[in-house]
Design a protein around this ligand. Structure first.
Ligand code: SAM
Length: 236
C-alpha cells in the first residue's frame, strides 16, 4: 500500500548542514521556528496549541530519502562497528524516512501573514519538511521507567575552548539580533563532539568546520577537547 502525505510546514533552524546537528532533540537549546505551508496556514489550525510547553514534530529526513534504507544500520553510538535492525534505532535512513522530535514551544505568532511556531531544542536540518505537529502530552508521552536500549543516556560532553580570535568574533556577532544565541549554540553543538565515532578513538589532527546560521565555525581537537579556532562568513 502506498499513501501520499504532504508537508504541512517547514522547520527553519540554524543547522545548514547535517554535520554538527545534535543526534536527538533537547541536547542543544538551538532556536528556530516552524512555518505552516500555505494550504495549512490558518491560525485556527493551531488554536489552543499555546497551552502546551512542548510539541512533537513528525518530519521527513528529506536529505537522506534518495539513499533508501537497509534492514540493518551501524548506530554511531556503538562506534559504527555493530549492526542493529533499522527499527531498533533512530537512524535517518528509514523505509519512509520519517523522523520525530519533541521540541520546546516558545510561542505561536503570525509573521508576514504566516503562522509560525517559535521552538527550541530541535535536531532538524534547516528547511526540513514537517508532516505533522502534535502537542506533547506528559501523562502518556513521558514514561519515567522506560528502558532506553543502546540510548540509555545522553552522549558524554567534550570541553570546548576558544582562541582569542574566536572569542572576539563570537562576542561581536552575538551583539547582533540574529546571532543572540550564537555563543550558547556553538558551545552546545561542539560539546556533543559531532565527529563520527571511529574518529574519536585516536589522535585526530583534522581541521573541522560546522555551518551554523550563515557562518562557518572552524575547530579542531586539542588536549582531548574541542578548540574553536575562528568563524568565517559561510561560502554561499
Ligand atoms: N529525533 C529524530 C528521531 O529520533 O527520529 C531524529 C534523530 S536523527 C539521529 C537526528 C539527525 O538527523 C541529525 O543529527 C541530523 O544529522 C539528521 N537530520 C536532521 N534533519 C534531517 C533532514 N531533513 N534530512 C536528513 N537528515 C536529517
Amino acid at each position: 500500500m502506498t499513501y501520499q502525505i504532504k508537508a504541512v510546514a517547514r522547520c527553519r533552524t540554524p543547522y545548514k548542514q547535517k554535520f554538527g546537528i545534535p543526534r536527538q532533540p533537547g541536547l542543544v537549546a538551538a532556536r528556530g521556528f516552524v512555518e505552516l505551508e500555505a494550504e495549512f496556514n490558518h491560525m485556527d489550525a493551531v488554536r489552543g496549541l499555546e497551552q502546551y510547553s512542548h510539541l512533537w514534530l513528525l518530519f521527513c529526513f528529506h536529505e537522506n530519502l534518495a539513499q533508501g534504507w537497509k534492514t540493518t544500520v551501524r548506530p554511531p553510538r556503538l562506534g559504527g562497528n555493530e549492526k542493529l535492525g533499522v527499527f531498533a534505532t533512530r537512524s535517518t535512513f528509514r523505509p519512509n524516512g520519517i523522523g520525530q522530535s519533541v521540541v520546546k514551544l516558545h510561542g505561536v505568532v503570525q509573521r508576514n501573514g504566516k503562522v509560525c511556531l517559535e521552538i527550541s531544542g530541535m535536531d532538524l536540518l534547516d528547511n526540513t519538511p514537517v508532516i505533522d505537529i502534535k502537542p506533547y502530552i506528559p501523562f502518556s508521552d513521558a514514561i519515567h521507567d522506560a528502558v532506553g536500549g543502546i540510548a540509555h543516556e545522553a552522549p558524554a560532553l567534550m570541553t570546548v575552548n576558544y582562541t582569542e580570535l574566536a572569542s572576539a568574533q563570537i562576542a561581536a556577532y552575538a551583539a547582533q539580533p540574529q546571532y543572540l544565541d550564537l555563543a550558547e549554540l556553538i558551545d552546545g553543538v561542539l560539546a556533543q563532539d559531532p565527529r563520527p565515532a571511529y574518529k574519536k578513538a585516536k589522535e585526530d589532527p583534522k581541521l573541522y568546520q560546522v555551518a551554523l546560521y550563515d557562518l562557518d565555525i572552524f575547530w579542531c581537537i586539542e588536549n582531548a577537547g574541542i578548540k574553536v579556532l575562528e568563524l568565517r562568513p559561510a561560502k554561499l
